[in-house]
Design a protein around this ligand. Structure first.
Ligand code: HMH
Length: 207
């Protein structure tokens, strides 16, 4: 029996592919990405992660206690990730206090709106957001520095395990959710995929 989460992936192969395979990532692997493109991504993703951390806080607030372990692990990793982004930006002399571009602002608005949605829908979104980066940074294959460090952050085996745990927690609550909530979760899954695609394109356009 195919799980509900795996069905979401199977039902939307085209948009999921666009969410996780993009010339931005391929050119990081080739080492041909332009500094303006990479730096735009870095500064905008920092803004994204700030809003994602707030989303994680709201997600924890409505989670069953049995799900705390995995979510708190994720929140602890976000603490490290925000500090790491600040270091990477300083190395590149980037100003992190930059206005959000429309694709980033749309994604942040979407994450904010998830707070109003039922827990199984939030769990689906949280899983899909992390899976997109886990797959996206792994699929191009081994990268060289300075990009290897970025690919490893979301592509490392520990992160893959964490994403599997997020999937099993989402699956567990989707299994017993009413049909209407399962449908809402599928629609949110597709929205995440579209927002991911647009986020890559935003950074790529900075050339
Ligand atoms: C746009 N999606 C985007 N940025 C991220 N850092 C992640 C997902 C993973 O947290």
């Amino acid at each position: 029996m195919t799980s509900i989460c795996q069905k979401f992936l199977q039902n939307h192969p085209k948009i999921w592919h666009q969410a996780t395979v993009h010339p931005f990532l391929q050119q990081c692997q080739l080492g041909t990405i332009k500094p303006e493109q990479f730096n735009t991504w870095l500064v905008q993703d920092y803004q994204f992660v700030i809003e994602f951390t707030r989303m994680a806080g709201r997600f924890l607030a409505v989670a069953p206690p049995q799900h705390f372990n995995v979510i708190l692990g994720g929140i602890s990793a976000l603490k490290d990730e925000l500090n790491w982004f600040e270091e990477k930006a300083a190395e590149r002399q980037l100003n992190l206090d930059t206005k959000k571009q429309p694709a980033c602002a749309d994604y942040c608005q979407f994450m904010h709106s998830l707070g109003e949605m039922p827990y199984p829908v939030q769990a689906t979104a949280f899983w899909a957001i992390e899976l997109a980066y886990n797959q996206g940074w792994q699929l191009p294959g081994k990268m060289n520095e300075p990009y290897a460090e970025f690919a490893d952050r979301w592509g490392n085996p520990g992160f893959t395990e964490y994403v599997k745990l997020l999937e099993s927690q989402a699956e567990q609550v989707l299994q017993t959710a009413p049909e209407a909530i399962q449908q809402q979760a599928e629609s949110v899954f597709v929205q995440v995929a579209n927002l991911e695609k647009d986020f890559w394109q935003m950074a790529f356009n900075a050339a």
